[in-house]
Design a binder for this molecule. Structure first.
Ligand SMILES: *[C@@H]1O[C@H](CO)[C@@H](O)[C@H](O)[C@H]1NC(C)=O
Ligand SMILES: *[C@@H]1O[C@H](CO)[C@@H](O)[C@H](O)[C@H]1NC(C)=O
Length: 387
């Protein structure tokens, strides 16, 4: 261990001196190990929340972790009134603050749905974007909403209605994280991608070039037939997770709602900072079999990570995979995080550049014994721990 970290420190120094290398640690040595796991929320244990669902996790500009989820007040249904629940860890996931409810939609019939969390490292802010009235259940129109924290997730602004700028088209961000472009094209831009309503479904990205002050509509990858009722096996790209690759392109890993072409993930790339999603850049990743779910993805030090319930029929078998070839192929070995019922997941990492932060990634996911909505679980994975 000691020798390993000294070697890594030396190569980190070499990296700084030579510039242009991504990682001090050799990606070929990745062999992840579940280092610790904690249940952050358990459904049904408090009177005021029936079910916790849709977990997000993010780093913050100050090196903390934020876990964010929906607290569904009276049922496990996607509609209905909800809280946004947040817990915060300042010690790399060892301990977590009590839950704070940062948004409360009262008794709204078709309340909020998460959502994308995006960190603006230039401004030092954490932005959370969610939708209300997405299903148009006893309310209209749907609205895209934003809250922002300037103090590392401790306090949050009042909700702001982004539909004033974007128009009233229904847009469900994520679920997962949005990105701030670290590389050109469009360095500094905030890119948040999500999907439309089922009939008008597809992947859509909203963009901001001024730290979240002004938002505009960017790329669209529309479903076929667009804005018409779908049938089994229609092309229906749905919930999605964008990541920035080391060449500055944005790769979006997408839920294949109607199992078009395969029971697997749709992958599409934007080469212009989220303005377009050309069909030329779309493929089906047959290796990433999927039961139709929101999945996690992360690019860290040139390695692409992916989590989902790896089963082509059922939400079971939450699995971490990784690719050393930008998603063109996946390593043979995979890590099973939970064999049983498991649903949505999200991945993050701390990125101080320290050797310590190079070693870990953090996953949050829906976990249960009988069904997937029993708990929200947090997992810290040591990337070189299996060696
Ligand atoms: C958000 O703004 C849109 C466009 O102005 C409006 O139609 C909608 O009612 C607003 N939603 C809320 C919750 O204020
Ligand atoms: C779990 O996932 C792995 C990796 O995709 C796969 O090989 C295995 O068959 C899966 N098991 C089940 C029960 O789905």
């Amino acid at each position: 261990m000691e020798t390993g970290s000294r070697a890594a420190a030396v190569s980190l120094w070499l990296c700084a001196a030579l510039s242009g290398c991504f990682s001090a640690i050799n990606p070929a040595q990745i062999d992840p190990l579940v280092y610790e796991e904690q249940l952050l929320w358990v459904s049904g244990t408090q009177g005021y929340v029936n079910t916790y669902r849709i977990p997000l996790i993010t780093f913050t500009p100050k090196g903390s972790l934020l876990a964010i989820t929906e607290g569904r007040k009276s049922s496990s249904s996607d509609v209905g009134a909800k809280f946004i629940a947040v817990r915060r860890s300042t010690d790399k996931g060892s301990t977590w603050s009590p839950t704070s409810f940062v948004v409360d939609d009262g008794s709204f019939p078709d309340g909020l749905n998460l959502g994308s969390v995006v960190v603006d490292e230039e401004a030092g802010s954490v932005i959370l974007i969610y939708t209300i009235c997405f299903h148009l259940y006893h309310c209209s129109p749907a609205s895209t909403m934003m809250v922002e924290s300037l103090d590392d997730g401790l306090s949050w602004s009042r909700p702001r209605n982004l539909s004033v700028q974007l128009g009233v088209k229904a847009f469900a961000p994520g679920p997962g994280f949005g990105i701030q472009k670290r590389l050109n094209p469009a360095k500094g831009r905030l890119v948040v991608c999500g999907h439309g309503t089922i009939e008008g479904d597809g992947v859509f990205c909203i963009l901001s070039d001024d730290h979240g002050e002004n938002w505009y509509n960017g790329a669209a990858l529309k479903s076929i037939p667009y804005n018409q009722p779908k049938r089994a096996q229609d092309f229906n790209p749905d919930e999605c997770q964008p990541v920035e690759m080391t060449d500055g392109s944005i790769m979006i890993n997408v839920r294949n709602q109607n199992n078009y072409h395969c029971h697997c993930r749709i992958v599409v790339r934007s080469l212009d900072g989220g303005l377009t999603l050309p069909v030329d850049e779309l493929f089906f990743d047959y290796n990433l079999i999927d039961p139709v779910v929101a999945a996690g993805a992360l690019q860290k030090d040139g390695v692409l990570y992916f989590t989902n319930p790896s089963n082509d029929q059922k939400r079971v078998n939450l699995t971490l995979r990784w690719s050393l070839t930008d998603g063109k192929s996946w390593e043979e070995k995979a890590v099973q995080i939970w064999p049983g019922p498991s649903g949505y997941s999200c991945i993050t990492t701390l990125n101080s550049g320290s050797v310590e932060d190079q070693k870990y990634i953090y996953v949050i996911y829906e976990k249960g014994h009988k069904n997937t909505v029993e708990t929200i679980s947090f997992v810290k994975l040591h990337l070189y721990g299996g060696r």
